[in-house]
Design a protein around this ligand. Structure first.
Ligand SMILES: NC(=O)C1=CN([C@@H]2O[C@H](COP(=O)(O)OP(=O)(O)OC[C@H]3O[C@@H](n4cnc5c(N)ncnc54)[C@H](OP(=O)(O)O)[C@@H]3O)[C@@H](O)[C@H]2O)C=CC1
Ligand SMILES: O=C(O)C1=N[C@H](C(=O)O)C[C@H](O)C1
Length: 242
């Protein structure tokens, strides 16, 4: 069986992955949490999964590259510098980075891109998300993923049209922008809604995560699929055959 090394093993996601690993055809090679050394685990595991914190990503990638071990990165709150490091690592190892490993969001991403491509720029796009009270980053990685899909559908890049939460006298909405709103509270696993608002009508498509198992299952499928792959960047849609 393929052995999985978990960065962030004591966290909500790390525990969810370990719980279902065997049922998905994987063994757990071990885990690393804050203060741990990521290098030995990278040497022993067939493939790594990272659900920890952006601050740890650089050392996790360095360990994966040194051991030539593929890595699935689920950690969110990543900055452009992190994405540059991921790009660099993909020259040497197989890497899959995504803000959401669930089947539902992977499909929603495709639908959002398609809708954005077919609707004109006079259809305003807004993305709302709600998560549990412990979440530390906003907008969620998934909201940004969906925003990238919408922007790509329109032939632009999210960085050029992104508007984060509004407050005060912000003025009227600029055409072509993509707005984000983040709610936090309780134990919400992860809700995302993409709203296409036109003149006199609205299209709303979304996803509600009811259990973290959806992310854990997707992460394990991605890890098993990634093990033994050639260096490069891979995507969840490829893993799930969508
Ligand atoms: N892509 C996806 O589908 C999903 C992504 N996520 C993302 O995954 C990440 C983790 O989420 P969640 O499990 O809820 O968070 P938790 O806070 O529950 O867990 C984070 C884990 O990371 C560990 N950690 C902190 N610093 C380091 C470090 N330097 N090296 C290794 N491990 C470290 C923590 O260890 P310690 O306890 O010792 O501090 C903890 O075990 C978040 O960014 C979240 O947004 C979540 C769900 C799905
Ligand atoms: O922190 C979480 O819990 C989640 N994080 C991911 C994100 O930022 O989108 C994925 C999921 O929504 C749960």
């Amino acid at each position: 069986m393929t052995s999985i090394g978990i960065y962030g093993s004591n966290g909500r996601m790390g525990r969810a992955i370990a719980t279902i690993a065997e049922g998905e055809g994987a063994t757990v090679a071990g885990g690393v949490d804050a203060g741990g050394d990521p290098f030995p685990l990278a040497q022993t595991a067939d493939v790594l999964v990272d659900f920890s914190t952006p601050a740890a990503l650089e050392s996790h990638l360095a360990a994966a590259v040194a051991a030539r071990t593929p890595i699935v990165i689920g950690t969110t709150g990543l900055m452009p510098t992190h994405h540059a490091l991921i790009e660099q690592a993909a020259d040497d190892i197989a890497v899959l980075q995504t803000g959401n490993t669930s089947l539902g969001i992977t499909l929603l991403n495709i639908l959002v891109r398609e809708a954005a491509a077919r609707l004109g720029a006079d259809w305003d796009i807004e993305i709302a998300e709600m998560h549990h009270r412990h979440k530390v980053d906003a907008p969620s990685g998934t909201a940004l993923l969906l925003g990238e899909a919408a922007a790509a559908g329109r032939g632009t890049r999210l960085a050029e049209v992104r508007v984060d939460s509004r407050a005060g006298l912000v003025g009227a909405r600029s055409e072509g922008t993509i707005g984000f709103a983040s709610l936090r509270g309780g134990s919400v696993v992860g809700d995302h809604q993409v709203i296409f608002a036109g003149e006199g009508e609205r299209i709303e498509i979304g996803h509600r995560g009811e259990d973290r198992t959806i992310f854990a299952r997707g992460a394990l499928k991605a890890a098993l699929w990634l093990a033994g792959r050639a260096p490069g960047r891979y995507a969840m849609a490829e893993v799930l055959g969508l």
